[in-house]
Design a protein around this ligand. Structure first.
Ligand SMILES: [Zn+2]
Length: 502
């Protein structure tokens, strides 16, 4: 018997493109699916019993932030801009060990809720280091899920990014806001290049990406440097694209165009480009994304939580853009539950004035959260489907769990009823990383202790930064509320004359 050959027997499998699950056995070779065969087919392979299990492709989180793992529940009635204002204290003073721990918490939550891969935009203040990048990658390696690890970077502070915001502060607060500066572009980018030049993990397991965080927070030269580094090292690039009405209005003021048109002018768009959120984009922007092969990460939970609005993903999909689904980070979402993200993706599509046939249905939401997200990660040819040649990244749910009893329609129950509590086992690359609800190889009580210790220490270390942010918050809130409201007055189809393609 070939030692790297196994067969998953007795399971009920939800195959790609099918809404109804059916009995099937899966033959695995090494880390991949070799064949799908009728149940009970005699195979010379190590058997893996999956009786009473519903087997689905592992869910893929197209946009999250591992740094949020230590930041659950830090804010409540926060707009995106209030969250960004709080960033220095929410994410400040972290060691490489804290980054490891925070990422580990997010990764464990994703795994427990059936997710096998993610795109992590990881904040690394004040500058990324090779150690920090490795510590984040190590967390994913230890938990056992795949990841794109993309340092989230900028060469402008939040206060510099929003035109007019600094001028809105009284002198004393303006001076305070002006003390918050980023490091130089060179200091930020050099360590990423160093890490990319000698990346020690297999790229199909843990891949380095790059995330110029929000276009307004990055000078054009900085964006271009990120673009060039992505091209040089074949890294995917993701940015928060038109996440809030503030960003849409601010882009008009700074660039005289939409964000996507500006990115297109900078040569940022292409198959390796993905935009997260994309609530405030228009038809011309969708067309630009589609023509360049860019993808979008839809984060409906975060969009609702931060009051940013509802992204019309039917419009984007109809315009030819591939869309994945994400949770966003735990300091803005706050959980890492891809079942919830799928459900919200389906439900929020129904608030627009369209016939039910044009709503995002359960099967489509599931496809977005698997095949669509795989495309965002740049791994569409390897993960996101149960099909021969694809990696054996599988989530096993208990068919006796109340969420799935009786099983009338697998796709509809996964999206409309399941909350992750029926997940029992998760396999990544043919190896169980969650087995009967347990995490082999992780010392969970020790992780819990370290997380509590880190949270207490960081609360003290960031107390002054928190106080500063709280002093700045009322002006940020008032100014951005006004600026954001301007977006509602802008015509839905903004001109893209500034772009050469217009
Ligand atoms: Zn985000």
């Amino acid at each position: 018997m070939a030692t790297d050959r196994s067969v998953i027997t007795g399971g009920t499998v939800l195959l790609s493109g099918e809404a109804v699950a059916r009995p099937a056995d899966l033959i695995l070779e090494g880390d991949s699916i070799a064949a799908i065969v009728p149940p009970g087919t005699a195979i010379d392979a190590q058997p893996i019993d999956a009786a009473n299990r519903l087997i689905i492709p592992g869910l893929i989180n197209a946009h999250t932030h591992g740094h949020g793992g230590l930041g659950k529940g830090v804010g409540d009635r926060w707009s995106l801009e209030l969250l960004l204002n709080a960033g220095p204290w929410v994410n400040g003073n972290r060691t490489a060990a804290d980054r490891y721990l925070s990422t580990l918490l997010s990764a464990v939550e994703m795994l427990r809720k059936g997710c096998t891969a993610c795109y992590d935009l990881s904040a690394m203040l004040p500058v990324p280091t090779v150690d920090s990048l490795h510590s984040v990658a190590q967390a994913y390696s230890d938990v056992g899920i795949r990841a794109v690890v993309a340092p989230m970077i900028a060469d402008r502070s939040f206060y510099q990014a929003i035109p007019g915001l600094l001028d809105a502060f009284p002198p004393e607060l303006r001076a305070l806001a002006e003390t918050m500066r980023t490091a130089s572009a060179e200091a930020i980018l050099a360590p990423i290049g160093d890490a990319a030049a000698a990346w020690p993990w297999p790229r199909d397991r843990i891949r380095l990406g790059i995330a110029p965080t929000i276009p307004l927070h990055c000078s054009d030269d900085f964006m271009i440097a990120c673009r060039d580094m992505a091209a040089r090292f074949d890294m995917p690039l993701q940015t928060h694209l038109a996440e809030s009405p503030v960003q849409r209005t601010a882009a008009q003021r700074r660039y005289g165009s939409t964000l996507t048109a500006h990115l297109q002018q900078l040569g940022m768009l292409g198959p390796g480009f993905s935009g997260a959120h994309a609530i405030w984009i228009d038809d011309a922007e969708i067309d630009l994304l589609a023509r360049h092969g860019g993808t979008l990460a839809h984060n409906p939970g975060s969009n609702l939580r931060l009051g940013n609005g509802i992204a019309d993903m039917r419009r984007a999909i109809g315009g030819g853009v591939t869309v994945g689904v994400g949770t966003d980070g735990s300091s803005s979402a706050d959980n890492q539950n891809m079942f919830e993200a799928m459900r919200l993706a389906a439900f929020v599509s129904r608030v627009f004035d369209r016939a039910p046939a044009d709503w995002i249905g359960a099967a489509e939401a599931l496809r977005m959260a698997t095949e669509g997200s795989a495309a965002v990660l740049g791994m569409a040819d390897r993960i996101g489907r149960i099909a021969p040649g694809y990696k054996a990244d599988l989530t096993f749910l208990d068919l006796d769990h109340v969420n799935l009893v009786p099983l009338n329609n697998a796709a509809q129950q996964l999206v409309n009823a399941e909350d992750g509590t029926a997940v029992r086992d998760v396999m990544v690359g043919g190896r169980f990383v969650l087995r009967d609800g347990a995490l082999p190889g992780l010392d969970w009580p020790r992780i819990v202790g370290r997380a509590r210790e880190a949270a207490a220490r960081l609360t003290t270390a960031n107390a002054a930064a928190r106080e500063a942010a709280e002093r700045l918050a009322p002006v940020v809130d008032h100014f951005c509320l006004g600026l954001g409201r301007c977006a509602y007055d802008l015509p839905r189809k903004l001109s893209v004359e500034a772009g050469p393609d217009a």
